[in-house]
Design a protein around this ligand. Structure first.
Ligand SMILES: Cc1cc2nc3c(=O)[nH]c(=O)nc-3n(C[C@H](O)[C@H](O)[C@H](O)COP(=O)(O)OP(=O)(O)OC[C@H]3O[C@@H](n4cnc5c(N)ncnc54)[C@H](O)[C@@H]3O)c2cc1C
Length: 292
């Protein structure tokens, strides 16, 4: 991004065929997603000053909140290797989702269970080795309101180098406990006639492990994956909040004419999948612009 003092004046883009082009503008709306938006901000000199200086980036605005928080939905589940002929790969792999509140939780609908009819492991060679199978099925659970917070850091000023993302899942005891209990529920659901009958064998998990909290904690860590819903890397907050990056109108604090308009600005994670909320953030800014 280009600035005159702290006013955003445009962007410099890399053209497909090579070379760069400068596009001047009165307003710059950064909407590159929760991974790329903070990375572009930092490469443009807006972020934690010490980190930027370490990478040789000239500091325009010291905003410690850029990349300081990453929130995502962790997920795990209970899986089986299907018996031959029990699934049709042409069928949708996912058709049923149940949203519910974990026992004792004060967070409404903080769990999402879903039935995976079949899942192709071609892209996951390590899981293929573990399962000794190419396809699995099962019941998955996603924790929609985790306490754990991760961090996104720039490792190079070069735009071709991706940032480092530490999701830091299961950093709190509550997050571990919630998923351990939820995996026990997945196990119960898998016992249902019509589900278990379709399976040849369970993957990793067995009856004898279910009561042991420590072993179940290991299982959750081993089987954990991201829901691919990162948010919060340039979060909205009040002016006196040091970690806030944008105000209630998506304007970057300290930089005139610069807006962030994507999942980065969410101050906490929604208890549902994040696409619709991201679209609504875009609609909201578009609405403000067309009315002004
Ligand atoms: C595999 C996967 C599955 C998902 N499934 C679901 C789902 O089922 N339901 C749901 O609600 N959510 C789902 N999500 C999450 C959802 O896609 C995101 O929350 C949502 O797209 C976020 O919107 P965004 O505008 O913040 O970012 P994005 O949709 O990521 O948009 C950012 C855009 O910026 C572009 N961009 C990035 N860097 C640059 C650059 N340097 N120059 C130019 N352009 C750039 C990207 O190409 C992209 O088009 C899924 C995500 C993934 C990865």
């Amino acid at each position: 991004m280009l600035f005159s003092g702290t006013r955003a004046t445009g962007v410099e883009v890399v053209r497909d065929g090579g070379g760069t082009e400068v596009i001047e503008a009165r307003h710059v709306i950064l909407s590159a997603g929760a991974v790329s938006s903070p990375a572009i901000l930092m490469r443009s000199g807006i972020g934690p000053a010490a980190d930027l200086r370490r990478l040789g980036i000239e500091v325009l605005l010291d905003r410690p909140g850029v990349g300081a928080t990453v929130i995502d939905h962790p997920r795990t589940g209970v899986f089986m290797v299907p018996k031959a002929g029990t699934f049709n790969p042409e069928d949708a792999f996912l058709q049923t989702i149940v949203r519910t509140t974990a026992p004792g939780s004060s967070e409404f609908n903080d769990l999402q269970y879903y039935m995976i009819n079949h899942f192709d492991l071609s892209l996951f060679p390590e899981l293929q080795m573990l399962a000794a199978a190419k396809t699995i099925f099962g019941v998955m659970v996603v924790h929609q309101r985790p306490e754990s917070r991760g961090r996104l850091t720039l490792t190079s000023a070069d735009p071709g180098t991706p940032p480092d993302i530490d999701l830091n899942f299961l950093a709190t005891e509550r997050d571990v406990r919630t998923l351990v209990d939820a995996v026990r529920t997945c196990w119960q659901l898998m016992q249902t006639a019509g589900i278990q009958d379709r399976g040849e064998r369970f993957i990793v998990l067995g009856d004898e492990m279910l009561e042991d909290d420590e072993i179940m904690g290991h299982y959750v860590r081993l089987s954990l994956d991201s829901g691919y819903h990162p948010v919060g890397t340039a979060r909205m907050g009040a002016e006196d909040d040091e970690g806030a990056v944008v105000d209630e109108r998506l304007r970057v604090y300290g930089a005139e004419g610069l807006y962030i308009c994507d999942a980065s600005v969410m101050p906490s994670i929604v208890n549902c999948n994040t696409n619709l909320t991201s679209i609504m953030i875009g609609e909201r800014l578009a609405d403000w612009f067309t009315r002004s």
